[in-house]
Design a protein around this ligand. Structure first.
Ligand SMILES: [Zn+2]
Length: 236
């Protein structure tokens, strides 16, 4: 085969385009996962903020319940106090007084609980407000990062288009019989399909080559393949 050395040289350059395309495709294929990760992080943040809000709502509900009980205690105290004015029997008078005392004690305890709840609600309200602000900022950050990733993927796709164009030009320079062998090998797998002879070994798989193979490769009369990895061998 005439000019096989030159064809192999051109093929080796073509492979550089293919390796570059493989590398860019790999980067593009990673971007949806990276975008998904960003979306997941945002969802986690939203859940975190909503849990904080839920706790704030629950504390407020609890405070309302306590206030209702407090109100009922107040009403009971006034009712019993009114009864005190009309009751004549000493025993009942004593019972009413005791009930009023108990209700007042309950009231004090409930008031303390309400004050305690109000402190907690104040604290939670700060957490909820800062959580909302944080979420807004986080949302914007994630949106920007996702836009950047999409922009990055778009640029990579454009890069591939331009490399493919250059590759097509390079392809035309190569003898078809040589090219067909290379393309067929690449169909089955990505990566290098033309391997340099590095001293006495195949550069890609590292196998020490038979002297006869090296000899044949140096004659550039036919394509020579590695016994181990089947790649096209090229002695520069
Ligand atoms: Zn090999």
């Amino acid at each position: 085969m005439l000019n096989l050395k030159q064809d192999l040289e051109l093929l080796y350059e073509l492979q550089n385009y293919d390796l570059k395309i493989d590398e860019i495709k790999k980067k593009i294929s990673q971007t949806p996962y990276l975008i998904k990760e960003k979306m997941r992080a945002l969802e986690d943040k939203k859940t975190e903020v909503s849990v904080q809000k839920q706790s704030f709502i629950e504390l407020n509900c609890l405070k309302k319940e306590k206030e209702a009980v407090l109100d009922s205690k107040d009403k009971a105290i006034s009712k019993r106090s009114m009864e005190l004015n009309t009751v004549k029997a000493n025993d009942i008078y004593k019972i009413l007084l005791l009930e009023i005392e108990r209700a007042k004690a309950d009231k004090n305890a409930i008031e303390d609980e309400i004050l305690d709840l109000m402190d907690k609600i104040d604290g939670e309200s700060i957490v909820v407000k800062s959580g909302d602000t944080e979420l807004k900022e986080f949302e914007q950050k994630i949106k920007n990062e996702m836009n950047d990733l999409e922009e990055y993927a778009k640029k990579l796709k454009e890069e591939i288009i331009s490399i493919v164009k250059e590759r097509e030009i390079q392809k035309l320079k190569i003898n078809k019989a040589v090219l067909v062998n290379y393309e067929r090998l690449r169909e089955g797998r990505d990566g290098r399909e033309i391997s340099l002879i590095d001293g006495t070994s195949c550069e890609v798989c590292g196998m020490v080559l038979r002297p006869q193979l090296i000899n044949m490769a140096q004659k550039y009369q036919e394509l020579v393949f590695c016994d181990n990895c089947s790649r096209i061998l090229f002695k520069k």
